[in-house]
Design a protein around this ligand. Structure first.
Ligand code: 6PG
Length: 250
């Protein structure tokens, strides 16, 4: 995609020139959402995403906002987790803990990791209970997170909602174990109803390897249905922050 083409970018899309700008924009949006939520309700609830891209955002947050955000009023959840223990290099919690949570004064009890070390169905059931208790949900109610941070894989997956997997169809459960045949593994993931109940979903995308899918989503959205396209908060804000390389423009 030539970003200089004369066409209007969707209003949910922020195109940034490089990864440093992406990290700064994502950290600033996190801080903006946190301040807004805390001013409004006295707390900020956020679901962190995993993978590689957010690590630098978390690290920037820990350096730039370590003392300026009221971390005791911030409550952290995870949009998905791998079926691994927290110390495993693959753990999303482990990555977030190393780059952010261990670097800021957030009380341990404010951090709710998905117990990836357990059987995935047990982990999903336990995490659903954590959400129900924390958000004081009545039967059938959805938790409204102030911010859900997400990424996008080369195949258009987000969280651990991969194309063609069972969790994509789930409309009742909040959290699900999801078998991902192409990875020969099980994951634990928020379902789409939870993602779309959020006050804001922020999708951060970097890397030229994402460009083919990004181009399709921007240019011909009606012809494709990637899981990440199914994230659009019902009563909230959608923000994509895309690095130009991922948008197919050097
Ligand atoms: C995970 C993430 C996943 C991630 C994408 C993009 O558990 O891996 O939740 O959805 O956001 O795979 O990952 P990268 O940022 O590493 O490209």
């Amino acid at each position: 995609m030539n970003v200089n083409e004369s066409f209007r970018l969707p209003d949910w899309l922020m195109l940034v020139p490089d990864i440093e700008t992406l990290n700064r924009a994502a950290a600033e949006e996190f801080a903006r959402c946190a301040s807004e939520a805390i001013n409004k309700s006295g707390r900020f609830t956020v679901a962190l995403s995993g993978g590689h891209t957010p690590r630098a955002v978390y690290s920037l947050l820990s350096k730039a906002y370590e003392s300026s955000l009221p971390w005791e009023r911030i409550y952290v959840f995870f949009g998905d987790e791998r079926h691994v223990p927290p110390a495993d290099p693959q753990s999303n919690y482990g990555m977030a803990n190393e780059s952010l949570l261990s670097q800021v004064p957030i009380p341990a009890q404010n951090v709710h990791r998905i117990p990836g070390e357990l059987d995935p169905n047990t982990a999903a059931t336990q995490y659903q209970t954590v959400l129900e208790h924390f958000f004081r949900l009545k039967s059938g109610e959805l938790p409204r997170l102030d911010l859900v941070m997400l990424g996008m894989g080369e195949d258009g997956h987000t969280a651990s909602l991969f194309p063609g997997t069972a969790a994509l169809q789930e409309q009742t459960r909040l959290v699900m174990a999801n078998h991902v045949e192409k990875l020969k593994t099980d994951r634990i993931t928020f379902t789409l109803p939870v993602l779309n109940a959020a006050a804001e979903a922020m999708v951060i995308v970097a890397g030229a390897n994402k460009a083919p899918v990004v181009r399709q989503i921007i240019h011909s959205p009606a012809t494709v249905t990637y899981p990440v396209q199914m994230v659009h908060p019902t009563n909230g804000r959608l923000l994509w922050i895309i690095e130009q390389l991922a948008a197919g423009a050097a």
